[in-house]
Design a protein around this ligand. Structure first.
Ligand code: ATP
Ligand code: MG
Length: 261
């Protein structure tokens, strides 16, 4: 079971758009996918067609230890994947967990009980380096960092990389950065091209080859509660996320080959 945390403490870089559309793309390629919404904004839930206002159970109840993941998971039938939804209630978890033991391990323990029911689990993180994000990094085996190629993009990156290093040292020694994903990309923008080149020179093949273009269809689809694949499958956005799904699946394959010798 591959558990991929999609994270960047910078807001609005395309984390949620990537989670929903990568989940749908992987599902369309036959993978069993679970998306876990870890943001009190609940955008991944809405974007997958789940009504966050009327949730009885959410990921909040899992993190505070009241429910198992199985009890909160719902199926997004149209989109073809399962989701553990979230809403504003999750904002309270941070405070409620402060005095709890092993509070960083809550999600990891919950996921272990799923017993490999999924091929891929995607974790949609909030735009903060908080306890919920640390839970995601502790539970994950790999990290994807979506980035907008703009002037300040690299600045926040060192804070994130330091947090990942700390989590690796204390909580999750095998955590790896799988890749940096260029999102909201506008090829005609000179600065975007420069920052993209800079990323590649710093991070080499840690930068995914797939680039996600700025595409209006990706911004429209969530208002219908649909991944772009269900909304406009011939759009540039849909094609890019399918390509990303294939790239990620090929990485998994390479890793497996390495392990076996
Ligand atoms: P937050 O930090 O608030 O959780 P986020 O990193 O999850 O934000 P998104 O919610 O995915 O970012 O995207 C921010 C906004 O940009 C949304 O309105 C989304 O529809 C839009 N958007 C994301 N990616 C694209 C894209 N490739 N093309 C066009 N619009 C996009
Ligand atoms: Mg988001």
């Amino acid at each position: 079971m591959k558990i991929l945390a999609i994270t960047n403490q910078k807001g609005g870089v395309g984390k949620t758009t990537t989670c929903v559309n990568l989940a749908a793309s992987l599902a369309s390629l036959g993978r069993r996918v679970l998306l876990i919404d870890l943001d009190p904004q609940g955008n991944a839930s809405t974007g997958s067609g789940v009504d966050k206002a009327h949730l009885k159970l959410s990921i909040y109840h899992v993190l505070i230890g009241e429910k198992s993941l199985q009890e909160v998971i719902v199926s997004s039938e149209k989109a073809g994947f399962d989701i553990a939804p979230s809403n504003r209630e999750l904002a309270g978890a941070e405070v409620e967990l402060v005095n709890e033991l092993a509070r960083e391990n809550r999600l990891k323990v919950a996921l272990a009980k799923l017993d490999h029911a999924y091929d891929v689990v995607l974790l949609d993180c909030p735009p903060a380096l908080n306890l919920v994000t640390v839970n995601a990094l502790t539970a994950a085996n790999a990290v994807m960092i979506p980035m907008q190629c703009e002037y300040y993009a690299l600045e926040g990156l060192s804070d994130l990389v330091n947090t990942i290093k700390k989590v690796r040292a204390h909580l999750n020694p095998t955590l790896e950065i799988e890749g940096l994903l260029r999102t909201l990309f506008d090829n005609r923008n000179m600065l975007a091209q420069q920052v993209s080149a800079q990323l590649i020179s710093h991070f080499g093949d840690k930068v995914y080859q797939t680039v996600i273009p700025r595409n209006i269809r990706l911004a429209e689809a969530p208002s219908y509660g649909l991944p772009v694949l269900n909304y406009d499958k011939s759009s540039k956005g849909a094609i890019a996320y399918l390509e990303l799904a294939r790239e990620i699946m090929s990485k998994q394959y390479v890793n497996k080959e390495k392990k076996h010798g």
